[in-house]
Design a protein around this ligand. Structure first.
Ligand SMILES: [Zn+2]
Length: 326
């Protein structure tokens, strides 16, 4: 970790003072989601009207003749949770380096645990597929590596167990994640993959790093294809090769250790089908960590726009890790 900048934190006392009422929290979401003034989420018209005494849809769009609120078209769509609770959930999620569990969040903001669990998955999704300047492709030089995290056997379908066993890893309980860390910007990108072969692993690197950059990896043959597109250097871990000057993957490995501490320590019952969202959470928090707390919160609220995650979709079990690209 570079530790090069001091980021401005917000204490819980300051946050409580900033958001004393439900209106103050709603106004904050509106200022972040509509920085240039109110926009109809249905037709994008900017000529809209406030209807007094009309919550939960306080605005009216004369062009498309529909009511709306700042929640419409975001991950808070149809949520009955107050804006203040959303603000606190976002704050606690961003400021807990190892993540916040649904049990703890439920207690802290006064909602039931399943509600907190659903909120946290929506907050994670705000990081997922974000198209801000934090996301790849990176300029490099970059480090790429893969790691395994425990997925509970009981949470896997029989088909998925058979598939993992068929790969001869002998580790039916483990799920693979591939990651890239850009050394210049210190940013990471991760993906839950179904197997650690060339198409999955080198394929992810090709999407995440601009061609021509230097890419450091371990000696796995899955990375062989990178030579055609990159200045590819590998480190031979199995031969206990001394770290050759720049040729190492220590940066991405330190990200793995932080992510695993969080996953093991906070999310004990992690299901593989949600792993991609947890991975997005850890990379998202990592990539935002040098910004002030309030701008991190604004970034996250912004990431909620144009996305949808229903409870039904979240709990649906298709037997496959849904985020793992096949
Ligand atoms: Zn409209």
């Amino acid at each position: 970790m570079s530790g090069k900048s001091y980021r401005e934190g917000v204490t819980v006392i300051q946050l409580a003072e900033m958001f004393p009422t439900e209106d103050s929290a709603r106004e904050w979401f509106e200022s972040v989601i509509w920085p240039n003034g109110r926009v109809c989420p249905h037709c994008k018209s900017t000529e809209t009207i406030e209807c007094k005494g009309k919550p939960p849809l306080p605005y009216w769009c004369p062009s498309c003749k529909r009511h709306f609120s700042v929640r419409v078209g975001t991950l808070m769509h149809r949520s009955k949770i107050s804006f203040r609770k959303w603000v606190w959930a976002i704050y606690l999620h961003l400021t807990s380096l190892k993540g916040v569990s649904s049990v703890k969040l439920g207690r802290d903001i006064g909602v039931r645990q399943p509600t907190a669990w659903f909120m946290l998955h929506r907050i994670r999704k705000a990081f997922d597929g974000d198209d801000s300047d934090l996301t790849p492709p990176f300029d490099g030089p970059a480090e790429a590596d893969e790691t395994y995290v425990g997925g509970k056997r009981a949470n896997k379908s029989n088909a998925r167990r058979a598939e993992l066993a068929g790969q001869g890893r002998g580790a039916v309980d483990m799920e693979a994640i591939v990651g890239v860390k850009d050394r210049e910007s210190n940013r990471v990108a991760v993906r839950h993959v179904r197997r650690t072969d060339g198409p999955h692993v080198a394929g992810f690197v090709a999407e995440s790093v601009k061609p021509g950059a230097t890419v450091y990896t371990d000696e796995s043959t899955a990375y062989n294809a990178l030579a055609a597109r990159y200045d590819h250097e590998s480190v031979n871990h199995s031969a206990k090769e001394f770290v050759r000057e720049m040729a190492h993957t220590n940066g991405v490995e330190s990200f793995w250790s932080m992510m695993k501490r969080g996953i093991v320590g906070t999310y004990h019952k992690l299901s593989p089908k949600h792993l991609h969202r947890y991975a997005a959470e850890f990379s998202g928090r990592h990539n935002l960590r040098e910004r002030d707390t309030l701008s991190q919160m604004a970034d996250l609220a912004h990431g909620m726009v144009g996305k949808r995650l229903t409870y039904a979709a979240l709990i649906a079990d298709n037997g496959l890790p849904s985020g793992a690209r096949s």
